[in-house]
Design a protein around this ligand. Sequence first.
Ligand code: PL3
Ligand code: FE2
Ligand code: FE2
Length: 232
Amino acid sequence: MQQLVEQIEKIDFQSAEYKDAYSRINAIVIEGEQEAHENYITLADLLPDSKDKLIQLSKMESRHKKGFEACGRNLKVTPDLEFAKKFFSGLHQNFQTAAKEGKVVTCLLIQSLIIECFAIAAYNIYIPVADEFARKITEGVVKEEYSHLNFGEVWLKANFEESKKELEEANRQNLPIVWQMLNKVADDARVLAMEKEALVEDFMIQYGEALSNIGFTTRDIMRLSAYGLATV
Ligand code: PL3
Ligand code: FE2
Ligand code: FE2
């Protein structure tokens, strides 16, 4: 704790180094919220029974995006959106392909499990080292992300047996992309006083819990949640 306090006191939110790293991380988060917004609209078409709920989630995502845009403006940082688009291209492409094929389970795994767990892990680690303005925004956002994760968990739990095989496959295809994304952001995250190890740990906890809530056994969870991690 004392270490964390000292670390936070040392952060200079206006240094050139901080602002440079923030221009990419802020863009990643803005782009992530935008992708999430679009993905929930697509999911609303794929799951007409949950349409209203999913449209509601997509609206929350645009609010999150606006919140993080304000965080960048507050620090006088211009987000590098081109970088962020590339950063998300792997998951973006896989989500689009799955949606075209009507693979709802894959779409839910990518958005409601992987992306939401990634966001929850990142936001939880960011909150204690954020500037005051961004901390308040991020605290509000992360609470809502749990409800998005919950939507995926509830649906996949209710359809567990018939989804299991597709979940395994989608996990195998998409989890290694998350580890690559973490690697790409690790240096910039460290400048913001966020450690890669903490991000990996928090992600594994969130994702493991989600898989457990859906109905996977501990043995399955160990295998699924670490898939591709050894290559990082
Ligand atoms: C879904 O609601 C939102 C998706 C956002 C994904 C964000 C991933 C963030 C990874 C970058 C790690 C540093 C985070 C810093 C937090 C401001
Ligand atoms: Fe969000
Ligand atoms: Fe979300």
